[in-house]
Design a protein around this ligand. Structure first.
Ligand code: ZN
Ligand code: FE
Length: 276
């Protein structure tokens, strides 16, 4: 996050940025952020829908951000980079499938760079993959934005393909500590399925019930449920609520032999969700 002196030095006038979730595959969103001229895309698993969105809005693709190595997040990087000459940022510790074809800047925890006139911050968030990173930006004229890839979903979290419950717990704890108004741009529309699971964990959570109704209405109208907000996820996402007594009790009833500490509770929830 910015220090007070960095915030004081931030440009006073910047163009408003527009966020577009570009649907791809079954349930991916390839997020485009733009200022009306220049654009940035996150995790372009497929080049075609991104190119279409850029052309429809008359945008130049300045920057490509990648969160992790999976094909549904990387498949369109080379084609887009070749077409637009974009600058590519990708994780230093995740094996990038385009490594031989496409030049990129490797970034990791603590890396900073400038794109669309903003200062971007990289967070290492292992769990779904070992080298998974997230991108966070504070804006002078709008709420902050988090591109969290497959680490955090609305109402859920990514599968632990490579990392441990302890790593995922730490990654999610860091997201939960970001400013509440932060717009959470997840890479998949998994919300309704996650909320069904969340209601099984916390049937008494009234915020969760209200949010579920809103999300059902959005999906019925074919609208995205995303971006979410950090403050919403703190209220409704069981994977961010592993110290809440109701969540601990639910995990204990599912797996009585497992201890009640936050990492163990997260591990039980993840297994439970995998099998639900
Ligand atoms: Zn993934
Ligand atoms: Fe994915």
């Amino acid at each position: 996050m910015f220090t007070a002196s960095e915030r004081a030095n931030a440009p006073l006038f910047m163009k408003p940025l527009t966020l577009l979730p570009v649907p791809a595959f079954n349930d991916n969103y390839l997020w485009v952020l733009h200022d009306g001229q220049s654009a940035l895309v996150v995790d372009p698993g497929d080049a075609a829908p991104v190119a279409e969105a850029l052309n429809a809005n008359g945008l130049q693709l300045e920057t490509i951000l990648v969160t992790h190595h999976h094909g549904d997040h990387t498949g369109g990087v080379s084609a887009l980079q070749a077409a637009f000459g974009s600058k590519v940022y990708a994780p230093a510790n995740d094996p990038m499938p385009f490594v031989k074809k496409t030049p990129f800047t490797a970034v990791d925890e603590g890396s900073h760079f400038s794109a669309l006139g903003c200062r971007w911050q990289v967070m290492a968030v292992p769990g779904h993959t070992l080298g998974h990173i997230a991108y966070f930006v504070e804006l002078s004229n709008d709420d902050p934005i988090l591109f969290c890839g497959d680490t955090l979903f609305s109402g859920g979290c990514g599968r632990l393909f490579e990392g441990t419950p302890a790593q995922m717990h730490q990654s999610l704890t860091r997201f939960a500590a970001l400013p509440g108004q932060t717009r959470v741009c997840c890479a998949h529309e998994y919300t309704l399925s996650n909320l069904k699971f969340a209601r099984a964990v916390e049937p008494e959570n009234e915020d969760l019930m209200r949010y579920s109704v809103w999300c059902e209405e959005r999906r019925a109208a074919l609208e995205p449920t995303l971006p979410s907000r950090v403050e919403i996820e703190r209220q409704i996402n069981p994977f961010l609520r592993v110290t809440q007594s109701a969540v601990v009790a639910a995990a204990q009833s599912k797996s009585p032999a497992s201890p009640p500490d936050p990492v163990s509770v997260l591990g039980v929830l993840r297994e439970w969700k995998n099998n639900s």
